[in-house]
Design a protein around this ligand. Structure first.
Ligand code: TYD
Length: 210
């Protein structure tokens, strides 16, 4: 089963993924945690290309193809084989990040980005996606505690981040079955609990009892 986590930087994706991993493992599931862009050596190199600050203008289309290229490797080299071996795969970002950051944030349109990315993932859609929704100010406050310089996308302005948030929310309304809206401004324990309750239901539906 492939479960993905989406939302802005600072929404707590990494923490929630670790919590879910621990819970699943304590019940005997084998869990693989991975992230995008990245997840394979080649995809990690593409990640570096994408996140580096540079003088040269980077066009939305260029970003779209690079993210999709990294994803194609990630889906085929890492995710598909892990699923075949019975792992639950938890990915920090996946196809929806491109639909929203490139489709909405860069204005390429979700339909074009979806077409390109469907080719990249070859049918490997997540069974569940948790959208960790949080306001820009709050996400930034949380990120201030982090080490390191902001990357190229983190340096985008408030209007960009607002369009990302709205894009995600609109996508969630279109795909409420797969994508679950989680209010990530609450205490991490509450977020964790809500995700877990949903996971229990999902496993029951799929006859993979917890
Ligand atoms: P991110 O998960 O934020 O890495 P880090 O936690 O190290 O900051 O991902 C890096 C950035 O890439 C993030 O700002 C969102 C962006 N992104 C896209 O624009 N499109 C994509 O398809 C993906 C996967 C990420």
């Amino acid at each position: 089963m492939l479960i993905t986590f989406e939302g802005p930087d600072g929404s707590g994706k990494t923490t929630q993924i670790q919590k879910l991993k621990q819970k699943l493992e304590s019940l005997g599931y084998r869990v693989l945690v991975t992230r995008e862009p990245g997840g394979t050596p080649m995809a990690e190199q593409i990640r570096e290309l994408l996140l580096e600050k540079r003088e040269e203008q980077v066009f939305g289309e260029t970003e779209m193809f690079l993210y999709a290229g990294a994803r194609s490797q990630h889906a085929r080299v890492v995710i598909q084989p892990a699923l075949e071996q019975g792992y639950v795969v938890l990915s920090d970002r996946y196809i929806d990040s491109s639909l929203i950051y490139q489709g909405v944030g860069r204005g390429l349109g979700i339909e074009l980005v979806r077409l390109v990315n469907e080719a990249a993932i070859g049918g490997l859609w997540p069974q569940r996606t948790y959208l960790l929704d949080i306001g820009d100010n709050e996400a930034r406050t949380r990120m201030r505690g982090r080490a390191g310089e902001p990357d190229r996308l983190e340096l985008e302005n408030a209007a960009f981040h607002q369009s990302i948030r709205e894009g995600y929310l609109a996508l969630q309304r279109r795909e409420p079955e797969r994508m679950r809206l989680i209010d990530a401004s609450r205490a991490p324990e509450l977020v964790e609990e809500e995700i877990w309750e949903d996971m229990v239901d999902l496993m029951a539906e799929r006859k993979a009892p917890l």
